[in-house]
Design a protein around this ligand. Structure first.
Ligand SMILES: NC(=O)c1ccc[n+]([C@@H]2O[C@H](COP(=O)([O-])OP(=O)(O)OC[C@H]3O[C@@H](n4cnc5c(N)ncnc54)[C@H](OP(=O)(O)O)[C@@H]3O)[C@@H](O)[C@H]2O)c1
Length: 389
């Protein structure tokens, strides 16, 4: 970036979550480059008010005011996400909402020609084809925030084609390898996992994240979402996307090129860098807040195969991705509903793949040609998981 770079407006959706909080720190360090123009949260009113007091955005939106009056000037209700995502002062929309609730805003921002710095992977899993269409029609662009996809993007710089399948179609790539920490149950037996409690699933060994994605990491649903995300983003066929367990979470992903050369992107497990890169891509910006990498302190780096039979959610998700149509949306919604039940104690851990598998059996062929059809598939999957015993 040149030193006289313009200040770009950023709308931050999901500002009170784990990614939202890290993003606010990153943005605060680069106030000479980025100005926060909109902030949203679901129900965390006090945290949102504190962030708004510091950042003074033009727009503040609370999705669920729960019947209580809002401070003067605030917007309320689910519409505020799209309003923030299309705010005229925003060049970049950082979508850090969790779950399918983020899809509308992703589509609206792309149709309005914005850069979407996308943490909300569920948008791509649920509505991959719609997201591609919105980007094409509106001239918007998706830049991933997920550390694995940020790693892939950093490895392939100069290898993005102007045409082809995917939002960022690749040329000259033979295979991508997505790394997984393996989560808290990496070394557990199936029998021990059957008795896993909520506190066990929330004890992630390397990453500190929101509760839903932390449970997704324990079941490997998160890795399934990321495989689908990689397919939609880079247009790489499923049989050329591999998952490998890497317990140290230092190698964030790898790309193998046609000649057999493999590039990897490394760094300590922190979202500071992928968030920063999603804002500055394709440029890089010096940032003292990004933790430095020390190869000796990080040694040794090890890799293992995924134990597919122990973690059936991964296979269910990849099969749903391969199947296409409504199946990825059903997988995503069934997973969200099953995780919500696991979090409230009404479903045990093995019930997560159990409920998802049942929903996919019933609903994978649901119509999926447009947004209303996908939303109907999403709702049917949630209803199905609610009743699952
Ligand atoms: N955390 C990570 O390190 C990480 C890494 C890679 C990717 N991601 C992805 O980033 C996204 C956010 O993850 P997170 O860990 O930051 O989640 P989180 O800590 O649970 O935060 C979620 C944010 O979204 C808001 N939100 C929740 N439900 C909403 C709804 N129905 N409508 C609008 N806003 C809603 C929350 O507001 P309230 O606070 O008001 O509830 C909060 O601001 C997810 O898609 C996740 O997969 C996260």
């Amino acid at each position: 970036m040149s030193s006289a770079a313009e200040v770009r407006g950023v709308a931050l959706l999901g500002a009170t979550g784990s990614i939202g909080e890290t993003a606010r720190r990153v943005l605060a360090r680069h106030a000479d480059r980025f100005r926060v123009v909109a902030l949203t949260a679901n129900g965390s009113r006090d945290a949102l008010a504190a962030a708004a007091a510091r950042l003074a955005p033009a727009m503040v939106g609370l999705v669920s005011p729960n019947g209580t009056p809002l401070p003067p000037g605030w917007r309320g209700g689910p519409e505020c996400l799209v309003e923030a995502a299309t705010h005229p002062d925003a060049a970049i929309v950082l979508n850090a909402v969790v779950g399918a609730a983020g899809l509308d805003a992703t589509l609206a921002a792309l149709r309005a020609g914005k850069r979407v710095a996308l943490a909300n992977k569920e948008s791509l899993v649920m509505g991959g084809a719609l997201v591609q269409r919105a980007a094409r029609e509106g001239g918007g662009a998706v830049v991933p925030v997920d550390s694995e996809h940020s790693a892939l993007l950093q490895c392939v710089s100069g290898r993005i084609a102007t045409e082809g399948e995917g939002l960022l179609p690749l040329t000259g790539v033979r295979r991508v390898v997505i790394t997984a920490s393996g989560g808290p149950f990496r070394t557990w037996s199936s029998e021990r996992i059957r008795g896993a409690q909520l506190a066990d699933a929330l004890a992630h060994p390397t990453w500190s994240m929101g509760r839903k994605i932390t449970v997704d990491s324990a079941s490997l649903a998160n890795k399934a979402l990321e495989v689908i995300e990689a397919h939609v983003l880079f247009g790489v066929p499923y049989d050329r996307i591999e998952v490998v367990v890497h317990p140290q979470s230092i190698v964030h992903s790898m790309v193998e090129f046609d000649d057999g050369s493999v590039l990897a992107q490394l760094g300590v497990p922190s979202m500071e860098l992928p968030i920063l890169y999603s804002l500055t891509y394709p440029d890089r910006l010096e940032d003292p807040g990004v933790p430095r990498f020390d190869p000796v302190a990080s040694s040794p780096l090890t890799f293992e195969s995924v134990r597919d039979a122990v973690f059936p959610t991964l296979g269910l998700g990849i099969a749903a991705g391969r199947r296409g149509g409504a199946a990825p949306a059903v997988f995503n919604a069934a997973n969200e509903a099953a995780v919500a039940r696991f979090l409230d104690g009404s479903l045990d851990f093995p019930g997560i793949p159990g409920a998802i598998g049942r929903a996919l059996e019933r609903l994978a062929d649901h119509p999926a040609n447009d947004l209303p059809a996908l939303l109907a598939a999403d709702a049917a999957a949630r209803a199905h998981v609610k009743e699952y015993r």
